[in-house]
Design a protein around this ligand. Structure first.
Ligand SMILES: Nc1nc(=O)c(N)c(NC[C@H](O)[C@H](O)[C@H](O)COP(=O)(O)O)[nH]1
Ligand SMILES: [Zn+2]
Length: 164
């Protein structure tokens, strides 16, 4: 339901506002949702975790940490359908040389619950740092959906480029 997508993307944007503006990256927010239960299972924003970290990277690292800690109980057997909302599309190349989030998302396919099924993005990455972001094709080739959630582009870019 488009309304839900916008609501989750708007929440991701509220997280992006917490990122410390920097001239060398974008301020992004990410929300991991279990579509089977319509619950938020993790969140992240740029630089939330120590180091030069991306929103999606933080969101997924926190989720993995949570999964490793949680006792495997009856609730864990319920099948999840994980989807990732991110205000800017996952990076496919980073000027720092760090692991791109597209790779991290692809690796999630081999994890419990079959990893991330769909990525919902607010905007494509501008070509300022690394040229055109070609991550969409890689995600779709791996069977991961890529859906652009319309309507928040102007606000998302204003927050993303706050440090520029
Ligand atoms: N989707 C996304 N989430 C983020 O949290 C973030 N900061 C970017 N930014 C993409 C941009 O291409 C990289 O920030 C630069 O290429 C510099 O790379 P580093 O961030 O220093 O590794 N993109
Ligand atoms: Zn990234």
């Amino acid at each position: 339901e488009p309304g839900d997508h916008q609501a989750y993307m708007r929440y991701a944007l509220s997280l992006a506002r917490k990122a410390p503006p920097k001239p060398t990256n974008y301020c992004v927010g990410a929300v991991l949702v279990d579509e089977a239960s319509n619950r938020i299972v993790s969140t992240g924003y740029t630089m939330e975790l120590p180091g030069n970290t991306h929103a999606e990277q933080c969101c997924l690292a926190k989720y993995e940490e949570q999964q490793d800690i949680k006792e495997i109980g009856p609730t864990d057997t319920a099948s999840k359908r994980l989807v990732l909302y991110t205000t800017m599309e996952p990076c496919n190349k980073r000027a720092s040389g760090n692991l791109p989030c597209t790779e991290t998302i692809l690796k999630s396919k081999s994890k419990r619950n079959g990893g991330i099924q769909t990525v919902y993005v607010g905007v494509k990455e501008p070509e300022k740092f690394v040229g055109e972001n070609a991550g969409r094709a890689k995600l779709e080739e791996a069977g991961i959906g890529y859906t652009h959630v319309l309507g928040l582009e102007r606000e998302i870019l204003a927050v993303a480029t706050a440090g520029h």
